[in-house]
Ligand binder design. Structure first.
Ligand SMILES: Cc1cc2nc3c(=O)[nH]c(=O)nc-3n(C[C@H](O)[C@H](O)[C@H](O)COP(=O)(O)OP(=O)(O)OC[C@H]3O[C@@H](n4cnc5c(N)ncnc54)[C@H](O)[C@@H]3O)c2cc1C
Length: 350
């Protein structure tokens, strides 16, 4: 993507320009009345589209988890600002607690606007200066949303092509068995399995969860990021072309503001850091719930008798890890380095 050459297009430049311009002015009032068109087009009967799955009813978890609509969107914002903003900066990455806003599905569906969210957050900060750290972090995340939109408007090719040109030649492996294990939460890495099962059941996972599992797919399994982006499209209730594309490229190290490609998340250490007592994993991967905390993210290290007592037979009721993280990390680094050496060939930015 040669247009990108020389552009100062990183998020920090974007945000340092945008942040001082944020102000709490009110949005325009909603129109009192909207005239319908004179002739309404013939309508489909939406119930005939078969969007209410029965057998199996895979949408049950979605119905139980989400209340759509503007009222629920504004309630989610108020709850977040009143109760969670205080710890947002420190706790938003925890997998075992809901320390973020869950506003993304409402934003995506247009049931609340980022302008309104910014206004309410700024007003909260004026009256509660103790919320400054959480407030600034939260505003910057809204900034990432706007940044992703700007990127996609200026570089629409990003949907299909890495922002950094050289990575279009990356030799993905795309092993269908590994892809199926990732999608169904059967990789043998408890934190990855918990994340993928939560995604399927509820249509939502936190930002940290998205980063861990996207890194695992693209860097441990060497599967093309577009495959993962496509699965998120199928499963997320907040699926959004701009946020999804830009974030997948960021995690796989091919985008703007790239997490350097050598930063490869270790699924065990990420689990231990952000789910230290294994609460999240035990909820979503109940077959290993009896393991003690220090082994819950690494069941293959448990002694045979402990596995037996915990009701686990690896390879039968819970898989062995489908890849060895240390080995796949080395392979990914080797492949990324090989492309890095050729950088002068195509003149791309990185
Ligand atoms: C691989 C990957 C795929 C993603 N796909 C999507 C997607 O399809 N749809 C989507 O809305 N977000 C996506 N995100 C961004 C982010 O993970 C979600 O917006 C966030 O987790 C939604 O939860 P929340 O509303 O509680 O976020 P909060 O932490 O409460 O943040 C508030 C809002 O800020 C915005 N935001 C937060 N983090 C980001 C980010 N990293 N990039 C852009 N905007 C952000 C969202 O609009 C979010 O609703 C993706 C991130 C990754 C790493």
């Amino acid at each position: 993507m040669d247009e990108s050459r020389g552009l100062r297009c990183g998020f920090s430049h974007f945000w340092s320009n945008l942040r001082p311009r944020l102000d709490p002015t009110e949005s325009l009032p909603a129109p009192q009345k909207m005239d319908p068109p004179e002739n309404l087009p013939a309508s489909e009967d939406i119930s005939r589209w078969g969007w209410n799955p029965q057998n199996p009813d895979w949408a049950k978890g979605l119905r139980e988890r989400w209340i759509p609509g503007e009222k629920a969107a504004h309630k989610a914002l108020d709850d977040f600002l009143d109760r969670k903003l205080i710890n947002y900066a420190t706790d938003r990455d925890r997998l075992d607690s809901l320390s973020f806003s869950t506003l993304s599905p409402y934003l995506h569906a247009g049931e609340i606007t980022s302008k309104h969210i910014v206004r309410q957050t700024l007003l909260k900060l004026y009256s509660h200066p103790e919320l400054q750290a959480g407030g600034e972090k939260f505003l910057s995340e809204i900034g990432w949303r706007e940044f992703s939109r700007h990127l996609l408007i200026h570089f629409p090719q990003m949907i299909h092509t890495p922002f950094q040109n050289k990575f279009s030649r990356f030799p993905w492996k795309n092993n269908p068995v590994l892809i199926a294990a990732w999608k169904s939460g059967k990789t043998g890495y408890p934190v990855i399995d918990a994340i993928m099962r939560q995604l399927w059941e509820t249509g939502f996972i936190s930002n940290r969860a998205r980063m861990i599992t996207a890194s695992f797919l693209s860097k441990d399994l060497l599967v093309d990021w577009k495959e993962g982006a496509g699965w998120f499209w199928n499963t997320l209730v907040d699926w959004d072309q701009a946020n999804n594309t830009v974030s997948w490229q960021w995690v796989s190290g091919m985008g703007v503001d790239a997490a350097p490609y050598f930063r490869i998340y270790n699924p065990v250490l990420q689990g231990e850091k952000f789910d230290p007592n294994g609460l999240y994993v035990r909820h979503w991967v109940p077959e290993i719930r009896n393991l003690p905390d220090h082994l819950i993210h690494r069941p293959w290290e448990a002694p045979e008798d402990l596995l037996r007592k915990s009701g686990i037979t690896l390879g039968e009721n819970y898989p062995f890890p489908i890849v060895d993280h240390q080995k796949s990390r080395q392979e990914a680094l080797f492949l990324f380095h090989a492309l890095g050496k050729n950088k002068s060939e195509d003149g791309s930015l990185a």
